[in-house]
Design a protein around this ligand. Sequence first.
Ligand SMILES: [Mg+2]
Length: 257
Amino acid sequence: MIAEGYDAFLFDLDGVLYRGDQPVPAAAETVQALREMGKRVAFVTNNSSRTPGDVVAHLATVGVTAAIGEVETSALTAAAGLRHLDITSAYVIGERGLREALEASGIAIVGPEEPTQAVVVGWDRSLTYDALRAASLAVQRGARLFASNADITYPAPDGTTWPGTGVIVLALEAATATRATIFGKPYPPILRAALERAGGGRPLVIGDRIETDIEGAHRLLWDSLLVLTGIASREDHRAAAIAATYVVEDLSALIAG
Ligand SMILES: [Mg+2]
């Protein structure tokens, strides 16, 4: 049984535990079975628009029981990272999850013309040119550029893909000739924070995207499990430069055998 070799199971959300509003077969039962085996879990998402409370509520609708303290979003990782750098002010492109995480960490969110130490970018479905210009000018005046994550696409519930946070990041990088510091997968901070939430031990990163979930585990030399219920196919995995430790059709493979 795959699960026997690990202490902490770090679950990506979309394409792993749900697809939009729909449950993924075998997902909720597997999380419950892991808990009953005494295993620890954390829920890790690059999506910065939702608060941990939103995530717990959404997981409940697909039958997955989660505690707020088990949820690591790229917004939380970004807020902790900024605090670590002693940053206390930020101009923000992003939705409620990012704004609340920053404010909860004591970071003041400033208006477009106000002095700021940082520009922080997350997914923002009401992005305007004015906001892009304000962020660009702040960086040109010396603010550091950060992003919750760099996903180029967002997998929409209807199966299409929408522009993700990474598109906004690329626009600002191009406009300011700087590189953003990124906290979400595949970069290590979010996965390290998730392992801490799960109480440490030997981790298994579980996800449906090779370039974020599997690459993130690879960078930390952690094992990974690619589940084929989301974005990536077996062909994508074969063509990729890195390999997941396990590739499975659905999450029941974790506790089978
Ligand atoms: Mg996913």
